[in-house]
Design a binder for this molecule. Structure first.
Ligand code: ADP
Ligand code: MG
Length: 225
C-alpha cells in the first residue's frame, strides 16, 4: 500500500492560522494583565486568593500561546549546503541510547559520494528525530530500523526510514500529519505535522508505505536543486 500525502497545503494554512490567533490573543491578554495589576493594587488585600488564581491562569494561557507560536513559526532558519548523511548519523547517535533501551537496532545504508543539499540541517534533523522516535515507539519488543539515503535518477535524494512495528491501517494513513492525531496515551500528534511542514518547505514530498503487522516505511524525497 502506498499513499502520497497531500496534507502539506492544509498544514501551512493551519500553521498560519495558529500563529495569527496566538497574536490576536496576546494583545488583549496584555491589557487584561495591566488592569488586573491595577485592581490588585487597590483591592488586592481583601481578595488575595482570587488574584492569585487569576494571575496563575493568565500565566497558563500565556505559556500555551507561546508554545503554539514556537510550533507555528519556524525558528531562525538558516539554509546552507548540508551533508544529509552527517545530519542523519548525528540523529542516530542522539537516539541510540533510547533505541538500545527498547532493543532496537539500526541498519544504515548511505550512498557514497552523495551530493550536498541546500537545506536547513536543524529542521531536517527534527524531521528525522520525529520519524525515528515513532519507529522506536512502535517496536516495544525490539527489532530493526533500516535507514537509507541515496540519489534517485530523477535528481532527488531519497531518504527511507523503515520499521518492523505494528504498521498503520490503510484508512488511518490519511490521518498522519493531522494536528493532534495520535493513537498514543501520551502522544501529542504534532510530530508528523511539523515534519511534513518542514519537508514541504524544502519542496520535498513524503510517502508512507505500511502493512499492518509488518511495519512502516517513510519515504522522503528532496529535490537536489
Ligand atoms: P505522536 O507520536 O505524538 O502520536 P506523531 O505525529 O509523531 O504523534 O504520530 C501520529 C500518529 O501516527 C501516532 O500516534 C501513530 O498512530 C502513527 N504513527 C506514526 N509513525 C508510525 C509508525 N512508524 N508506525 C505506526 N504508526 C505510526
Ligand atoms: Mg511522534
Amino acid at each position: 500500500m502506498q499513499e502520497q500525502l497531500r496534507k502539506s497545503d492544509t498544514l501551512t494554512v493551519v500553521g498560519e492560522l495558529a500563529a495569527g490567533i496566538a497574536h490576536e490573543i496576546r494583545n488583549p491578554m496584555t491589557a487584561l494583565k495591566g488592569f488586573i495589576q491595577l485592581l490588585e493594587n487597590s483591592i488586592g488585600e481583601q481578595h488575595a486568593m482570587y488574584f492569585h488564581v487569576i494571575k496563575s491562569e493568565l500565566q497558563r494561557i500565556e505559556s500555551i500561546i507561546t508554545e503554539f507560536l514556537i510550533l507555528a513559526k519556524p525558528q531562525a532558519v538558516q539554509y546552507q549546503e548540508t551533508n544529509l548523511i552527517k545530519t542523519m548519523k548525528d540523529t542516530v547517535e542522539l537516539l541510540n541510547a533510547q533505541a538500545m533501551m527498547h532493543n532496537v537496532q539500526f541498519n544504515e545504508y548511505y550512498q557514497s559520494n552523495l551530493s550536498t543539499l541546500y537545506a536547513e540541517p536543524n529542521q531536517l534533523k527534527q524531521v528525522f528525530i520525529n520519524i525515528i522516535k515513532n519507529a522506536i515507539e512502535v517496536m516495544p519488543k525490539g527489532g530493526y530500523i533500516s535507514i537509507s539515503i541515496e540519489e534517485t535518477e530523477e535528481q532527488q535524494i531519497h531518504i527511507c526510514i523503515k520499521d518492523e512495528g505494528s504498521g498503520i491501517p490503510k484508512d488511518k494513513v490519511k490521518k498522519l500529519g493531522e494536528p493532534f492525531y495520535t493513537t498514543k496515551e501520551r502522544g501529542t500528534g504534532l510530530g508528523l505535522m511539523v515534519s511534513f511542514k518542514i519537508i514541504k518547505e524544502h519542496r520535498g514530498t513524503v510517502e508512507v508505505e505500511s502493512e499492518v503487522g509488518a511495519g512502516t516505511a517513510f519515504h522522503i524525497y528532496l529535490p537536489k536543486k
